[in-house]
Design a protein around this ligand. Structure first.
Ligand code: NAD
Ligand code: UD1
Length: 311
């Protein structure tokens, strides 16, 4: 049994990770400011510190006596980074450096850190599929800050001897993804709207493609990353390798829910990436199990959401 710190553990991906760590009998501590995460996403057995990941005192307290840290706290919305450049930067990059800096304190003997990067680091690179050695050319503050996390992780590993593993998540979906804000992930918004018989908004022409990955598979990657740390800083894509347009997604979701979607077209969003399809080949060395297909994952997600909407 080990003790793990999960920053952002009350959020969508973090809460699934906490659940899995607890199933493996680990002690779990979460640092979260509850800005988008919720206390009731995690069990009462999880130790929760409510605080800011960019506050060195909070992070110092949270990292006491841990065997490893999963750093997931961030403002996950690309659109919010367009509207609040400096505010999102404070959490998304200063927060990560605060975590690495604390992990490197001499009294801690090098806490290993697995952290959430993003497909957004590839930006407008059009060479599909995107591989870990493809050019990074972020087009938003969010993507630039995630690339900054990777650069500082390299410093943490090379200079301060902290084992780090960065995971470039593509578009993650699944149960507990919050649909309540316009900044939420597209699948959570579309399911919520379909079940409430409201039209789906398509930004732009809807031909933009995403590589959707189910949250359970993301947790597999996080655990495998922690379990196979090396002295060299490593980075892996977390993706399925399949592109789906937003219009196709609307159609598949309509079939899954059993309601034909009404579509409303709105102007394309500033900073919206057109093509984002990853190559999952390198992550195979993490020895992961079978992946959940988009249709299976959507069915599991709709089955989770439907009873709450019906109530
Ligand atoms: P989420 O918003 O559900 O979770 C983020 C959590 O971080 C929330 O619980 C929030 O309250 C917390 N948080 C935010 N700012 C904080 C701060 N200053 N201090 C402490 N806690 C703070 O988002 P998510 O989808 O679970 O994303 C988790 C991580 O994965 C993020 O780093 C995100 O950038 C990354 N990511 C997500 C996706 C995706 O498709 N969801 C894709 C790529 C990368
Ligand atoms: C998502 C993640 C981001 C991650 C990135 C990696 C969220 C909120 N964002 O960003 O953290 O780093 O993937 O690839 O999870 N769209 C519509 N209608 C809507 C909502 C969205 O057409 O109502 C479109 C968007 O314009 C975009 C696509 O759907 O083209 C996906 O949008 P979104 O789910 O917000 O994700 P990303 O911006 O790709």
């Amino acid at each position: 049994m080990a003790t793990f710190l999960v920053t952002g553990g009350c959020g969508f991906i973090g809460s699934h990770l906490c659940e899995r760590l607890e199933q493996q009998d680990h002690h779990v501590r979460v640092l979260d400011d509850l800005s988008t995460g919720r206390r009731d996403n995690i069990s009462d057995d999880v130790e929760l510190i409510v605080g800011d990941v960019a506050d060195p005192d909070c992070v110092a307290r949270a990292m006491d006596n841990v065997d490893g840290c999963f750093h997931l706290a961030a403002i996950a919305s690309v659109r919010r980074s367009v509207e609040d450049w400096l505010g999102t930067h404070e959490t998304n990059l200063t927060g990560a450096i605060t975590v690495f800096n604390e992990a490197a304190r001499p009294n801690r003997s090098g806490v290993p850190v697995v952290y959430a990067s993003s497909a957004a680091v590839y930006g407008d690179n059009q060479e599909m599929p995107l591989r870990e050695n493809s050019a990074t050319q972020p087009i938003t503050a969010y993507g630039a800050d995630k690339l900054g996390c990777e650069l500082h992780a390299r410093v943490a590993s090379r200079v301060h001897r902290i084992p780090t593993c960065g995971l470039r998540f593509f578009n993650v979906f699944g149960p507990r993804q919050d649909p309540s804000s316009p900044y939420s992930g597209v699948i959570s918004i579309f399911i919520d709207r379909l079940l409430n018989r409201r039209p789906l908004t398509i930004f732009g022409h809807g031909g933009q493609q995403r590589d959707f990955v189910f949250v359970g598979d993301v947790v597999d990657h996080l655990l495998a990353g922690m379990g196979s740390m090396t002295a060299e800083p490593r980075i892996f894509n977390v993706c399925g390798g399949v592109g789906t347009t937003i219009l196709e997604l609307a159609g598949i979701l309509g079939e899954t829910v059993g309601i034909a979607p009404a579509l409303h077209f709105a102007p394309a969003q500033t900073g919206d990436i057109q093509l984002s399809i990853g190559d999952p080949a390198r992550a195979a060395i993490l020895n992961l199990g079978t992946r959940t297909t988009l249709r299976e994952g959507l069915r599991l997600t709709v089955d989770f959401v439907r009873p709450a909407v019906a109530a």
